[in-house]
Design a protein. Structure first.
Lengths: 140, 282
């Protein structure tokens, strides 16, 4: 696995985590460049299908960032995210895919440091896991 | 009991607004199959025995907008599916005539023993049938000890197990079409914009199909096992369905779909749900 760089897809909620990412950038915190961030209006916008689709198209890990439970801009979106995420992790367990490949974290707009820390941690974990096994025998 | 069923169906079909009666028939000792009875004269085709596997509730959403009242024969497990269809407003309660079949366990495909799906059977509590053939009480088949096909494997072995299973899938979509819970007017697998799967059905697409199907059934599957019974490739779909329903029950203190009026667990939330995402390791 010489020179392997994982690809991590990040879904960040517009109201908290995306501002948190901004905060981390403005504060010039160092982060590994393996992340692609997609801004969504709410973490509950992320359908589980999107995560599975990303994983089956060669992304090595998906991270969903949302407001802290109770702080959702839409009052209760992230409570739904939480239930779905728990179920999706169980599904990945069932298929024998490491659950680190799909993670959720609550990052508020003020938590630039937590954002950088989360990205660092997730990228290290996924780099350790190696390339995503889905579709390897598919020639794709 | 069969005679009573025929009598009920005949009486129902004599009403002017009756459209048809959905039950089971068996022709020349062949497999039991669904029967659509339109006139009172045909009711003698109806049968009720231990090989009536099909979940007839799956037909109902398609009849929802056609007018007349549809009569349907349901076992306890199918009644749970029907209750969920009514709760999800796919079927109007006043447009169906529900006949309860007091099931005492279906026959396993081989031999005289009880079918796998019947272990852990629960009949719905206080569900309103329009007619019953006998008392609708849950038969006493306690849940089997857990299937260890999956839990006995390491994650890597589990992954290659599923890779082999999914490779067999021929992409016929039977598991989706036979399922009562797949009632979306526009299915994600048929949507063109965005297009999630193509007709190519490569291994990754089949992986996407099966994981999304399992997720959409999470909290909705009644465990009737029709998908696995019908699968022409013998993919062990129930392994994953059963595991997910069990996980949901453990996570959200949930009793199973259609047992009560509770909505499926993914349509609601509780502020006290487990939260492994706060800070610590996942």
């Amino acid at each position: 696995m010489e020179g392997y760089e994982p690809k991590v897809l990040v879904f960040a909620c517009n109201w908290c985590s995306y501002a948190g990412a901004d905060m981390a950038g403005v504060s010039r915190l160092q982060m590994p460049p393996n992340c692609r961030i997609i801004r969504v209006m709410c973490s509950a916008r992320v359908r589980p299908e999107m995560v599975i689709s990303a994983l089956s198209k060669g992304i090595d890990g998906v991270l969903v960032l949302g407001c802290h439970p109770g702080d959702c801009h839409y009052s209760e979106g992230n409570f739904y995210t939480r239930r779905r995420a728990l179920v999706l992790q169980k599904l990945l367990d069932c298929f024998g895919i490491a659950r680190e490949r799909f993670q959720v974290q609550w990052v508020s707009a003020a938590e630039g440091a937590k954002f950088a820390e989360t990205i660092r941690k997730v990228v290290t974990q996924i780099a350790k896991l190696g390339p995503n096994p889905i579709g390897k025998s598919d020639g794709k | 009991m069969e005679n009573k069923l025929r009598e009920i169906a005949r009486e129902f079909l004599q009403q002017p607004d009756a459209q048809c009666f959905i039950g089971y028939e068996q022709v020349n000792e062949g497999p039991v199959r669904p029967a659509f009875i339109h006139t009172p004269g045909e009711v003698n085709r109806l049968v009720w025995n231990r090989e009536c596997y099909t979940n007839l509730a799956a037909y109902l959403p398609k009849f929802a907008k056609t007018g007349g009242i549809v009569g349907i024969a349901v076992k306890g497990c199918d009644a749970r599916a029907l209750r969920e269809l009514i709760r999800a407003r796919q079927v109007e309660r006043s447009k169906v005539f529900i006949v309860g079949l007091p099931c005492t366990g279906l026959k396993a495909p081989e031999g005289e023993s009880i079918a796998e799906r019947c272990f852990g059977c629960i009949f719905p509590k206080d569900f309103q049938y329009d007619a019953v053939l006998g008392p609708m009480t849950t038969p006493d088949f306690p849940p089997r000890t857990e299937d260890e096909t999956l839990s006995g494997l390491s994650p890597e072995e589990r992954f290659s197990f599923w890779e082999k299973e999914i490779e067999k899938c021929i992409g016929c979509d039977l598991c989706r079409k036979i399922c009562y819970a797949c009632f979306c007017p526009e299915c994600i697998f048929e949507s063109r914009q965005p297009r999630w799967v193509t007709s190519r059905r490569s291994l990754t697409e089949k992986f996407f199909y099966h994981s999304v199907r399992a997720l959409h059934l999470a909290g909705r599957c009644i465990g009737c096992g029709e998908c696995e019974r019908g699968c022409p490739a013998g993919v062990r779909l129930m392994l994953i369905n059963r595991q997910l329903q069990k996980d949901l029950q453990d996570l959200f203190d949930y009793k199973g779909i259609g047992v009560s009026e509770e909505p499926p667990p993914l349509l609601t939330f509780s502020k006290d749900d487990p939260d492994p995402f706060f800070g610590g390791d996942q």
